[in-house]
Ligand binder design. Structure first.
Ligand SMILES: [Zn+2]
Length: 70
């Protein structure tokens, strides 16, 4: 089995179209906007997913090296 994950989307808040979670994070959310807050949570989740992916990829590389070494 091969794990494949692809996600690409573009969203903007109708009230705060310039809000960018990558640049401003949670602190740049105006008036506790629910939409901007959710965008920020999605952004953080995507970072966590990327980190998880890279950690797993490294683990797989190490496992393959160990297999070749034995
Ligand atoms: Zn907003």
């Amino acid at each position: 089995m091969t794990l494949r994950i692809t996600a690409r989307f573009a969203l903007s808040c109708p009230r705060h179209p310039r809000y960018d979670p990558e640049c401003g994070g949670q602190g740049a959310i105006k008036a506790g906007c629910d939409i901007c807050s959710q965008m920020c949570r999605i952004w953080r989740s995507s970072l966590a997913l990327q980190q998880e992916y890279h950690d797993l990829a490294e683990k797989i590389v190490q496992a393959r090296r160990a297999e070749k070494g034995s």
